[in-house]
Design a protein around this ligand. Structure first.
Ligand code: SMG
Ligand code: MG
Length: 367
């Protein structure tokens, strides 16, 4: 097929509750969505970048700019294009994984819708529904945290992840472990610690956590390997894993025993699949991360999370964990799981009337 145009739009959505991490508080989102218009039909992509470059170096204005000026022109001048070509065609542009991922996703959706194949079938999904975990932000007090976690446990989430930072770590973990007994529990530091905190992080060991996610800065892969010898809790990497090559290096260095896969962070679903396969070869479990996606991104993530080596519950929560109203039919928790969409492509339809009502910017890029 040929890529004829890409409709870009930015939408505003308020989160149902503020979400605080070690790098800031979020109350609303400004999301870049792409619609690939091809000779074979249309497809949707979602860019996971936030408003500020605080999770990683990417941010939504930057993604918009690099797509318009550097990425889309390289795809639009091709006589024929398939999702499998996008990574190679965009390789001359360094970095910008989240921007690259969004356009590869839109093209893949168009391509799969055209041939009537679901994302799940394309990735070789082995289950019709995936176990859902939920990521719980930093709270003002431990009683408030316990109330939030209690609500999620009652809703049936199969795993709780607590965001931690220096000053909000051992005590909240102890409180949740004491109140909720054996609930599967893990923590995510979003790079907030340094190797000199190893003895402190080892104080988390008695709480039987599934993993500690990205304790140290993104570049400090070797320091994670050192930390792994000083704490018993398995280390999982998120921000550090920007490609399959980075994953292979981190695994060989002993920097992680588990990987959080986020298609947006690694340049797209096809690179994410390579990381899944690589981890399977090395015997490392993986799980699907989350970037507060709308129903578009969630659809792709849930489909990929149905692959065989996604053996831990992901940050694939129900739509109502994030938004009062989603831009697709809501993803709903059923016995702690989300159903994998089975229709062609992403298998979800976008509510265009609602989408238009929350769109604050729109531009169509043509060849
Ligand atoms: O989508 O449920 C979600 C969010 C999960 O905690 C989550 N994501 O580092 O894993 C992570 C964070 C990054 C996003 S914070 C805005
Ligand atoms: Mg993380």
């Amino acid at each position: 097929m040929k890529l004829r145009a890409v409709e870009m739009r930015r939408i505003h959505l308020s989160l149902v509750a503020p979400f605080e991490t070690s790098f800031g508080v979020q109350t609303e989102r400004d999301i870049l969505l792409l619609k690939a218009i091809t000779t074979g039909g249309e497809g949707w992509g979602e860019c996971v970048a936030g408003e500020e470059p605080t999770y990683s170096s990417e941010y939504v204005d930057g993604c918009q700019h690099v797509l318009v000026h550097h990425l889309l022109p390289r795809l639009m001048d091709q006589a024929r294009i398939e999702a499998e070509d996008v990574g190679r065609l965009l390789r001359p542009v360094h970095g910008h994984q989240m921007a690259k991922s969004a356009i590869e996703m839109a093209i893949l959706d168009a391509q799969l819708r055209a041939r009537g194949e679901s994302f799940a079938a394309y990735f070789g999904a082995v289950r019709p529904a995936v176990d859902s975990g939920v990521s719980v932000g930093i709270h003002k007090s431990i009683p408030e945290l316990l109330e939030t976690v209690g609500d999620y446990v009652e809703q049936g989430y199969r795993r709780i992840k607590l965001k931690i930072k220096p000053g909000w770590d051992v005590e909240p973990v102890r409180a949740v472990r004491e109140r909720f007994g054996s609930v599967p529990l893990q923590v995510d530091a979003n790079t907030a610690y340094s190797l000199s905190d190893a003895a402190h992080l080892a104080e988390l060991d008695p709480f039987d956590l599934l993993l500690i996610e990205q304790p140290l800065p993104e570049e400090q892969v070797l320091a994670h390997a050192e930390l792994a010898t000083l704490v018993r809790t398995p280390i999982c990497l998120d921000e550090s894993i920007t490609s399959a090559q980075a994953a292979a290096d981190a695994i060989q260095l002993g920097a992680c025993r588990i990987i959080n896969i986020k298609p947006g962070r690694v340049g797209g679903y096809l690179e994410a699949r390579r990381i899944h396969d690589l981890c399977a070869e090395y015997g490392l479990p993986v799980w699907m991360g989350g970037m507060l996606e709308t129903g578009i991104g969630r659809a792709g993530n849930v489909a990929m999370a149905a692959m065989p080596n996604f053996t831990l519950p992901g940050d694939t929560s129900a739509s109502d964990r994030y938004y009062h109203r989603d831009i697709t039919a809501a993803f709903v928790l059923r016995e702690g799981r989300l159903d994998v969409p089975a229709g062609p492509g992403l298998g979800v339809e976008v509510d265009l009337e609602f989408l238009d009502s929350i769109t604050h910017w729109k531009q169509t890029v043509t060849a």
